[in-house]
Design a protein. Structure first.
Length: 114
């Protein structure tokens, strides 16, 4: 339960602080990649139309690869930030739990001696 809360807090922090991507309605999307290029249609009406279609496909592939690389980079950045934020928060919580348990044990031992 605690891990889920910290994970949710990390997601909220990333969304609010405007890091690489945006999370909303259960979906993640990159911010700095522009729009995903739509795939072109292949025109089989004639040889010239087909050749133009193949040219459009080649241009689209370049755009799609650029978009894909950007998307991967943003996703990896967000994943790293989420993991670090959650791990840091969990470490702080574990330290607080350990400290309070030590304090409780020490207080009990002191009172047991009275």
């Amino acid at each position: 339960m605690i891990r889920k809360s910290f994970f949710a807090a990390a997601l909220l922090l990333i969304t609010v602080s405007g890091m690489a991507g945006t999370i909303g309605n259960g979906m993640w999307s990159p911010n700095g990649c522009g729009t995903e290029p739509p795939a072109p249609a292949i025109d089989q009406g004639s040889v010239d139309a087909y050749n133009l279609s193949v040219k459009a496909v080649n241009e689209w592939q370049k755009l799609a690869n650029t978009y894909n690389t950007c998307l991967i980079n943003e996703a990896n950045t967000d994943n790293a930030i989420i993991a670090k934020t959650a791990n840091d928060a969990q470490a702080r919580l574990r330290a607080a739990i350990d400290k309070i348990n030590t304090d409780v044990t020490a207080a009990k031992a002191k009172l047991d001696k009275q």
